[in-house]
Design a binder for this molecule. Structure first.
Ligand code: ZN
Ligand code: ZN
Length: 348
């Protein structure tokens, strides 16, 4: 008889339930990962609250950490000993499209083309006790790193990909717009890159936390014109790198407006709704400012993120707002969608 495992399924509007499903067994080249912790990201929150119309039932979860439970054929047990700790970059890439061939697998044309053939309920599958991953998706990490920190590998990797696009130089001014979890990870990473970091965030509690994390200047964008304020702080030029971590339409234009000539403006967040705005081609011509985006973690940024967590260069402790057992997954999701929480972690 097949072995069973528990999984957390989004079944309806703001409703999750724990289901018993078939436990997969690893095929050739795969690792059966025992998931010890899974953080609830914005994507799962939007599916839970039905802002995203992902078909239900659905098993989310892509910010995962755990250990090697079993190996399929052709996976080296010296490389991945059973019981050793791993995080997984769950994004599957094809390896052969235009972007993959250029080494930019985070833009793969077949990204998230998930192989659900061994899962009873569709989804990314991180919100369950076990998951099959390809050995190439597994990144070992040291035993000493607690699971509550290891689950930050994926979100930090997304942010480090963004930071790379910002090309921060020592002594630069960096503006982070939005003090949610992604904004906070940008602050930590920009400080490590040697910048003076400025946060635009209306919520006072978030501004306080940002300062605890090393942010140099924080301000409330409702109290003053953010573009004008950033310019007064930066000798009239604007910041060398601006990271927009909010999905708010009006903010995207502000982000461009506060970027210095020759600076980089990075649209980190996806936009809901997506509202176009005007940019003057002559301004681009004369300023050489770069306006770009950053999406998903690259292989390179994932490795970096694991290293930074494993070596305690980045400590995400203050961004953990709650840890729940999978049996209390309903409460965990309800906590995750509250605006005052950062990451909620579900343990298996
Ligand atoms: Zn995520
Ligand atoms: Zn590809």
């Amino acid at each position: 008889m097949d072995e069973k495992m528990k999984t957390v399924v989004i079944v309806d509007d703001r409703k999750v339930e724990v289901r018993e499903v078939r436990r997969p067994s690893p095929r050739a080249g795969q690792i059966l990962m025992k998931i010890n912790g899974c953080a609830i990201c914005t994507w799962e929150q939007r599916t839970f609250s039905r802002e995203s119309k992902m078909p239900l039932p659905f098993v989310g979860g892509h910010e995962i950490a755990g250990e090697v439970a079993a190996l399929g054929e052709n996976v080296n047990e010296k490389e991945f000993p059973v019981g050793s700790k791993i995080v997984a970059r769950l994004i599957r890439t094809c390896g052969k499209c235009y972007f993959c061939r250029r080494g930019e697998e985070n833009l793969c044309e077949e990204l998230n083309n998930l192989d659900n053939s061994d899962m009873e309920v569709p989804g990314t599958g991180g919100m369950g006790e076990y998951l099959n991953i390809d050995a190439s998706q597994a990144y070992p990490y040291p035993e000493e790193l607690p699971v509550e920190k290891a689950v930050f590998a994926e979100p930090l990797a997304c942010v480090l990909n963004s930071i790379e696009k910002g090309r921060i130089e020592l002594g630069d001014d960096v503006v982070v717009i939005g003090g949610g979890i992604m904004g906070m990870l940008h602050i930590i990473s920009a400080k490590l890159s040697g910048a003076r970091v400025i946060l635009s965030e209306p919520d006072a509690a978030r501004r306080v936390l940002a300062e605890e994390l090393g942010c140099d200047i924080t301000f409330d964008p409702r109290e003053q014109d953010p573009v004008a304020y950033v310019k007064t702080l930066t000798g009239g030029y604007g910041a060398e790198a601006v990271f927009n971590t909010t999905p708010i339409a009006a903010v995207a234009k502000q982000a461009v407006g506060m970027t210095a000539p020759m600076g980089r403006c990075i649209m980190y967040s996806s936009q809901h709704p997506d509202v176009p705005f005007e940019i003057s081609p002559n301004w681009l011509h004369n300023s050489e400012t770069v306006v770009t985006g950053a999406v998903s973690p690259s292989v390179r940024s994932f490795r970096r993120a694991v290293n930074m967590l494993a070596k305690n260069i980045v400590n995400p402790e203050k961004l953990v707002s709650g840890v729940f057992s999978y049996e209390d997954a309903q409460q965990a999701f309800e906590a995750a969608v509250r605006p005052d929480t950062f990451r909620i972690i579900v343990k298996f």
